[in-house]
Structure formats: structure tokens, C-alpha cells
Design a protein around this ligand. Structure first.
Ligand SMILES: [Mg+2]
Length: 308
């Protein structure tokens, strides 16, 4: 049940089957939004699930494409929602991993031009990555006459509620230099908000810059492998001993498949069981790789498997 036989099988599992699966894994990786919480509300039982998993010797990590908060603010959110035993070291956001990539992999010698929010800027600051100062250009400044920093060696795009034409235009100018790196925190197209509203994600801002610059960004977040490499590098994880639990097929589940992890879709977020089953019959290899091994209604279902 818990082994390779389940690969891409989209099996809905409960109680004893969840127990058997968890017994076969040492590491559990959770996405956050739509999995352990929705906005400011924890999924029922999620804090208890995390506590019991840790108590039973599992290593629990949180892997999120949401770049709006630095890790220290995530810890506050966990605590506010009743998760009492989550540390900064357990949290891998696309902002934190982008900073790690710039510092440890790209080793950028110069400045980074950031289109992004506080979470991205703070993680870069924490990692000692130098950014172009956010100057207030004023209403009369345009791309025809604004200053450009000659030290920019990378452009990083993330979620930015203050995204505007001038930022896009400046980034475009920096990317004219083919040596200038082009990175994106994550590919998420949009995020659900309360009351049926949505907000555009980093992926939509990245797409604008890709079109304008005629270049493709290197994407740090899921479904790329880098976030897993980041965790594995720090905690020596064996993919075969690891389970990825997420609510989005084309990011969370595909990430798990790309990294050789077992995958589970939980139905408390974006993707539906119907979509997963449609992907199973698809001719597209990427869609096939986005079919989860297992499906649960909610991670609340873990409780029955963990309690006793
Ligand atoms: Mg999610």
C-alpha cells in the first residue's frame, strides 16, 4: 500500500491505510495554505496532527510557495493558530529558498533588483544579499529618465502588491544584460481570497517580465526541485522516506513527484479529486506526474491514524 504500488494511483485512503503509510515514512512535508490552514484559520485538528507526528519521531517540514512573510513571521502565525512546536528551521518558503539560492548557489557578486514584498526583502536581508535600495521615484519619473544601478547582477520577482509599470520597465532594462540572472520565487498564477475573490500570484508578474524581456525565469519554488534540495541539504532527507502533502496538483504534487517523494493531495484547498482523476487519463507527462499517490479529505484524517 505505502510503497511504489501507490505511485500516481490517486488512492483515497483512511484510518489504517494512513497509519501504514505514515509508519513507512520518516519525514512529512506539508504545504501551508489550503493544507494546514486557510488564511487565518487552522484546518481542524492540524496543530494536533503536527504535534503527534513530531511526538512519534517524524520530522515535519513546511514547504510553501507563499513568499509574503519571512520565517520569523511564519513562526508567529503558527503560534497564533495553535501550532506550538514549529521552529523557524522547519519552515522553507520560496522567499527563504530564493535568498539561499542567491547566496549559496548563484553567489551573486553585486546587487539584486527585487520585485517583491516584505517577506522577500527580509529574507534577502537575513541572508546578507545586497539589494537595490527601494527609492521613491516620485510621480514624474519615468523609464526614460530614472536612474539604473550599474551593480545589478540579478532580478528576482515575487508577489508584489505594489507592482507597477516602472518596476517592470527597470527589470526589463537590467535583463538586457544576458549576464544578469532572472529568478522568480514561485510560479503560482493566483491565490484564493475570502468571498470568492482571488489575487494574482508571483507567476503572473513573472509572466509579464518574461514577455517584456523575452527571457525565461529560473523558478525557485515548487514544482522545481530546489526547495527539496534546500531541506535535504540541511537535514539529510531520503526522498523515499518522505511524504509531500499538498492541495495543488501542479505545484505540490508535481514537486513531490519531481523529487522522488510519495505524494498526497488533501481536498481542503485549491485542487479537486475530479481534476486529479482527469490528469490520470491525460496524455501530458506533466499532468500525469501531477497525479497524487494518495488522497485524503483533510489532514484531520491523520488524527485517527495517530491517536491511540
Ligand atoms: Mg497550498
Amino acid at each position: 500500500m505505502a510503497g511504489a504500488a501507490g505511485r500516481g494511483g490517486c488512492h483515497t485512503i483512511r484510518g489504517a491505510q494512513i497509519k501504514e503509510l505514515l509508519q513507512s515514512k520518516r519525514n512529512v512535508l506539508f504545504d501551508c495554505d489550503g493544507v494546514i490552514w486557510n488564511g487565518e484559520t487552522a484546518v481542524t485538528g492540524a496543530p494536533e496532527v503536527v504535534r503527534l507526528l513530531k511526538q512519534q519521531g517524524k520530522r515535519v517540514f513546511f514547504v510553501t510557495n507563499n513568499c509574503t512573510r519571512p520565517r520569523e513571521n511564519y513562526v508567529q502565525k503558527f503560534s497564533r493558530l495553535g501550532f506550538t512546536d514549529v521552529a523557524e528551521e522547519d519552515i522553507f518558503s520560496s522567499a527563504y529558498c530564493s535568498a539561499a539560492y542567491l547566496r549559496d548557489v548563484a553567489r551573486v557578486q553585486g546587487k539584486v533588483f527585487v520585485i517583491g514584498c516584505y517577506g522577500v526583502q527580509k529574507e534577502l536581508l537575513n541572508a546578507g544579499v545586497t539589494m537595490v535600495e527601494e527609492d521613491d521615484d516620485g510621480p514624474d519619473v519615468s523609464i526614460y529618465d530614472c536612474p539604473l544601478d550599474p551593480d545589478v547582477k540579478a532580478v528576482l520577482v515575487g508577489y508584489d502588491e505594489k507592482f507597477n509599470f516602472l518596476k517592470l520597465a527597470k527589470a526589463c532594462c537590467y535583463l538586457r544584460n544576458s549576464e544578469c540572472l532572472f529568478l522568480a520565487t514561485d510560479p503560482d498564477p493566483w491565490h484564493p481570497l475570502r468571498g470568492g475573490r482571488v489575487t494574482p500570484g508571483s507567476g503572473s508578474l513573472t509572466a509579464a517580465l518574461e514577455t517584456a524581456s523575452n527571457r525565461k525565469a529560473t523558478v525557485i519554488g515548487k514544482p522545481g526541485r530546489f526547495m527539496f534540495e534546500c531541506i535535504a541539504g540541511q537535514f539529510n532527507l531520503d526522498p523515499e522516506q518522505s511524504l509531500m502533502v499538498g492541495d495543488r496538483l501542479e505545484t505540490d504534487v508535481l514537486f513531490g513527484t519531481n523529487c522522488g517523494l510519495s505524494t498526497m493531495l488533501t481536498l481542503t484547498g485549491v485542487s479537486t479529486l475530479k481534476e486529479a482523476e482527469e490528469y490520470k487519463g491525460s496524455d501530458s507527462p506533466e499532468k500525469k506526474d501531477s497525479v497524487p499517490d494518495y488522497v485524503v479529505e483533510s489532514i484531520t484524517d491523520f488524527l485517527e491514524a495517530l491517536e491511540e
